[in-house]
Design a protein around this ligand. Sequence first.
Ligand code: MG
Ligand code: ZN
Length: 360
Amino acid sequence: MKQMSMFAALLAGLLAAGCGVQAAKKAPKVKNVILMIGDGMGPAQVYAGFTANGSPLNIMRCPFIGLTKTNSATRYTTDSAASGTAIATGTKTYNGAIGVDPDTLPVCSVLGYALRGGYAGGVVATSEVTHATPASFYAHQPDRNMGEAIAADLAHAGLTVAVGGGRNHLERRADGANYSDTLRAAGYRVAYTLDDLKRADGKTVALLADGHMPSVQGGRGNALPEATEAVLGLLKQSSGKGFFVMVEGSQIDFEAHANNAPGIAAEVIDFDRAVGVAQRFADENPGTLVVICADHETGGMTLPDGNFAEKRFDARFTSDYHTGVFVPLYAYGTGAEAFAGVYENTGIFERIMAAMGLGR
Ligand code: MG
Ligand code: ZN
């Protein structure tokens, strides 16, 4: 009885989020989708990571490459909320919008459709889990700065798993609410450490920092690749149908805003280790698609010179904000060929929906 009412609550939540349409009845070609977003990861950021790494990145093993156009509904240069919403929901919207269209109406994400269709699903980030990119996949708010409202959406989104920082937005709130208690009451494990996440075997929200997690240079260690591995294992056993997960390298963007070239390279290499984990999962689990993309470029970064033997590069920046240029996309595994080409960021949503046999 309790389970029925929880399922009814999940359905009601998804309907409220605009996810009311039945999943298509086509046999899906792809069972599991791992969508990886390098926030701010343009070609120069990837090349900086490659140079500093001293050997080819895992990203470079992807056989199908695309370029995506990132402008928002209102601006040549997007922010991470509008681009996250475009990738997640297939809807171009205004800068700052989280899972809502230009009229601030909720639009369902591929994650919402996947949950509605019986898949497991979740998000992983090294920023606050309530930050723009992950929030675009489960929340519906008119402004990215509404962290507490986004946290409330997280508690009711019906995700299988969510990992990131942002504990304050759930537990130390102006309104005195505690959404970790809400999650526990709904049967979730709320984990506060990576080890606790690794022990999880059911619905889990891991809050690994009060705000953002530390940067790689600030001592984050292997938290992103290790969390990715733990989450893929958890999702695999959570639904026989398959899963959708978004994994974000959140802090490539932060280091690029700071024009910190070594920091950018360190974040790209860390993100690429998570890519390696996803590729190995795809190798071991046929029917898995891995898509690595970016929401926009940050910093107007370019590399006028460098030295491979010395793992060294010179970087120049033209901005401390985002730029409007194409960003690269890399695809690996089952169905990867559909991601080659040059297209709008909304095309990522459309291609994943088609790959999973989901309709809206
Ligand atoms: Mg982000
Ligand atoms: Zn940014």
